[in-house]
Design a protein. Structure first.
Length: 310
């Protein structure tokens, strides 16, 4: 197995690379300075030089608000680059595993979404994600599309980091009680992808689309209450009150109200059980706190050195 990981510095790519290291699996994970996936010529050179047996695409444009303002950039990353990647994988007989999103749905369904439910994305970001899936299905038969709910970690913007940062800075934090999802640690996504990689490497051909999320759906407001309890163990939080604001009352772009998934198909195919997210939350928050403290110390050290030189 020779794995090419795209999106090394993101939440999912980072965790997958750690697992590949731990298991001693050969992989190549170029960062953005080495490979811009929108550069089709460099992408082709990378594929031809490394000759991967499996490509994991965890790179994506993920900002829903900015996507509305720069749709061409969003589609270039999420659709056009993925189409080129799918063509290359097909020509080289390489398996493509692609991380997708709950945003391919409109969130109007009351129950968890299954793989058979019709898609109906909201906005530019969701549309680009759906069109990426369509390009993969048309161009690369040996593919696995893994749709995910709310991915959380101590890296990159995500629900957990956004809520924590607001709780540190503000006395009042606005949250929605009617937006439902499954906070899924990036480490869990890495675990699931590793299970898929190993079974594909052993000759399995389970091509298609799968849903995965951690167990125990929760509202954004419910999640915020749990984050306060955990984050207050390591931070002096400023927040004193959660303001409940229903999605209809919020201005600007609104995400799908329901981001929960039915994960029976991935269990039956790969034997992957959904794990509860609460078990990992404390560790993620503590690691995030340690990173923040380290950055603060490095900044203060740099300031001290500059003052001393002056």
């Amino acid at each position: 197995m020779r794995v090419l990981v795209l999106g090394k510095t993101g939440q999912i790519g980072h965790e997958l690379c750690k697992l590949l290291d731990n298991k001693g699996i050969t992989y190549h994970a170029p960062d953005r300075s080495e490979l811009d996936i929108c550069d089709s010529a460099r992408l082709q050179i990378c594929m031809e030089d490394y000759q991967p047996t499996i490509v994991v695409n965890a790179a994506a444009y993920n900002n829903p608000v900015m996507a509305e303002n720069e749709p061409s950039r969003c589609f270039a990353v999420n659709r056009d680059a993925v189409a080129e990647l799918a063509d290359l994988c097909n020509r080289m007989n390489t398996t493509l595993i692609h991380a997708s999103s709950y945003r391919v749905f409109d969130g109007e369904k009351q129950e968890p979404y299954t793989e058979k439910d019709p898609t109906n994305p909201i906005g530019v970001l969701g549309t680009s994600r759906l069109q990426a899936e369509q390009q993969i299905r048309e161009r690369c038969p040996k593919h696995i599309i893994l749709r995910l709910s709310w991915v959380i970690s101590d890296r990159r913007p995500n629900l957990l980091r956004r809520q924590t940062e607001q709780m540190i800075k503000h006395r009042e934090v606005y949250v929605t009680p009617d937006q439902l999802g499954c906070p899924t640690p990036a480490s869990e996504v890495g675990r699931v992808m590793m299970a898929i990689l190993q079974q594909v490497d052993c000759g399995a051909e389970p091509w298609g689309t799968y849903h995965y999320c951690a167990s125990e759906p929760v509202s954004e407001s419910g999640f915020a209450e749990i984050v306060i309890a955990e984050a207050s163990q390591v931070w002096e939080l400023k927040v004193r009150k959660l303001i409940m604001a229903k999605m209809d009352s919020r201005e600007g772009f609104k995400p799908p109200a329901n981001a929960t998934f039915e994960c029976t198909k991935i269990l039956n195919t790969f034997g992957v059980h959904a794990r509860p997210w609460r078990n990992a939350l404390s560790g993620i928050i503590r690691h995030y706190h340690e990173e923040q403290e380290y950055e603060k110390q490095e900044y203060e050290k740099q300031e001290y050195e500059e003052q001393k030189d002056n």
